[in-house]
Design a protein around this ligand. Structure first.
Ligand SMILES: *[C@@H]1O[C@H](CO)[C@@H](O)[C@H](O)[C@H]1NC(C)=O
Ligand SMILES: *[C@@H]1O[C@H](CO)[C@@H](O)[C@H](O)[C@H]1NC(C)=O
Length: 406
């Protein structure tokens, strides 16, 4: 199947004139293909690590010991509760962790905020929750602030992952209930967005954070409870199946339509796009090694950064299209880069140092390969044909006198 998308060829370089003295045109695209090749769609789950981690004998005092005492063969298996948000960019982390933990033979319950009948459940990853049930994951819905009423104090979960709350108000009921019901390990999905801007990059665990950030309050609080093991994971930008927040899609939207890709200058800003399977493997390893993980903040990111321009080129390569990068100066054009571009317009990337040092974790993903799989999903979903408005892009390109001929 061949789909023409070579409209980029309609933008002769000579027509580009710069409205702002600080803006520069990009280097020429390195992609020379003039049409899109669309290979057969692959399984969106081809990135799930198949080598299920075996859980070694844990010496955790609370629930782990009870399990070991009760049944020898049960001892290796945990009972995991994932409290999952029903919206935002983190929802698919719970989906992937549930799959990975279940594949390793653990009992897993995913407790999603709200009602099963809510409209939010029509979107990925929730629309695929049947896949979880098929492999034996229990899926329930409700209000985490009354989690005690939902599960009682005898729920016998060994491990609770809160992938929902962004502040103490939201997480405290879950953490207190888990603490009181003797849960051995409590894990929290925080955010790398809480790091203060710094002169040294990448951000590593221990760097200064915005003290008033809600996530910081949670991290401090769970450390004071009686969990045998606790840990916090700070993700950054993510990609992978079930992501319901635009990441690479923003780039594909422009590239497949032959539209110039407006990038805040200079385009060399570094960011980190992690495949969610790197996060789920990290969380799985923290469950496997509760002692090593205990009391630790983990940057839950992949171990390479990518430049903005580089991301355009990798997305173009994945799509088999040409890409035309246009650099603009948001200030000079009076453009709010937060609205015109999906990532923070600055160097922003963290390093997964604690996971490597304490857990022996390794990234198993490759952004360029992952983007190819993501492009299949993009096309399978029909988004390449969707009518999308590019008003802000047009404003930028118009200010820079870049013609758009679609
Ligand atoms: C909790 O479990 C214990 C021991 O199995 C049992 O005696 C007790 O009634 C249970 N409590 C509740 C609230 O279910
Ligand atoms: C946490 O649990 C421990 C042990 O069960 C208990 O002593 C402590 O008071 C609990 N902390 C909170 C804040 O409830």
């Amino acid at each position: 199947m061949v789909m023409a998308c070579g409209a980029a060829a309609l933008f002769p370089l000579t027509t580009i004139s710069l409205a702002s003295s600080t803006a520069t045109t990009s280097s020429l695209p390195i992609i020379s293909a003039s049409f899109c090749r669309l290979p057969h769609p692959q399984s969106p789950f081809c990135c799930i690590p198949t080598g299920a981690t075996s859980i070694g004998g844990s010496s955790i005092r609370r629930r782990f010991l009870q399990l070991r005492a009760s049944a020898a063969e049960e001892a290796e298996k945990h009972n995991v509760l994932v409290v999952n948000t029903n919206s935002g960019g983190h929802a698919f982390i719970g989906f992937w962790v549930a799959k990975e933990m279940r594949a390793a033979g653990h009992r897993v319950t995913v407790f999603t905020v709200g009602a099963e009948t809510s409209e939010k459940m029509n979107k990925p990853p929730f629309s695929q929750f049947s896949e979880l049930r098929e492999i034996g994951v229990e899926t329930v819905w409700g209000d985490p602030s009354s989690i005690g009423a939902k599960f009682g104090s005898n729920a016998s979960f060994d491990i609770v992952l809160d992938n929902n709350g962004k502040d103490l108000e939201a997480v405290k009921p879950v953490a207190d209930w888990a603490n009181e019901s003797g849960v051995g390990q409590f894990l929290f999905v925080s955010s790398a967005g809480i790091y203060k801007t710094s002169d040294e990059l990448p951000h590593i665990e221990g760097d200064a954070v915005k003290a008033d950030a809600g996530h910081v309050g949670v991290e401090n609080y769970i450390g004071q409870l009686s969990f045998q093991s606790w840990a916090s994971f700070r993700p950054q930008y993510m990609t992978g199946f079930g992501n319901n927040k635009d990441c690479e899609e923003w780039f594909f939207d422009r590239i497949v339509r032959g539209r110039p890709v407006p990038i805040p200058s200079p385009g060399l800003q570094l960011t980190n796009i992690a495949h969610v399977s790197d996060l789920s493997s990290m969380i799985a390893l923290a469950i496997e090694k509760p002692k090593e993980a205990h009391g630790t903040i983990f940057n839950a990111v992949s171990d390479r950064a990518v430049t903005f321009d580089g991301l355009v080129r990798l997305c173009a390569l994945a799509a088999g299209c040409e890409a035309k990068i246009i650099h603009y100066d948001p200030k000079a054009l009076n453009i709010d880069a937060k609205k015109a571009f999906p990532f923070r317009n600055m160097h922003f990337y963290a390093e997964p140092r604690a996971a490597k040092e304490k857990l022996g974790w390794k990234s198993k993903t490759h952004l360029s390969e992952d983007l190819k799989a993501r492009f299949q999903v993009y096309v399978t979903n029909g988004r390449h044909k969707k009518d999308i408005k590019f008003e802000l892009d047009d404003k930028i390109l118009d200010s820079m006198k870049v013609p758009v001929t679609i």
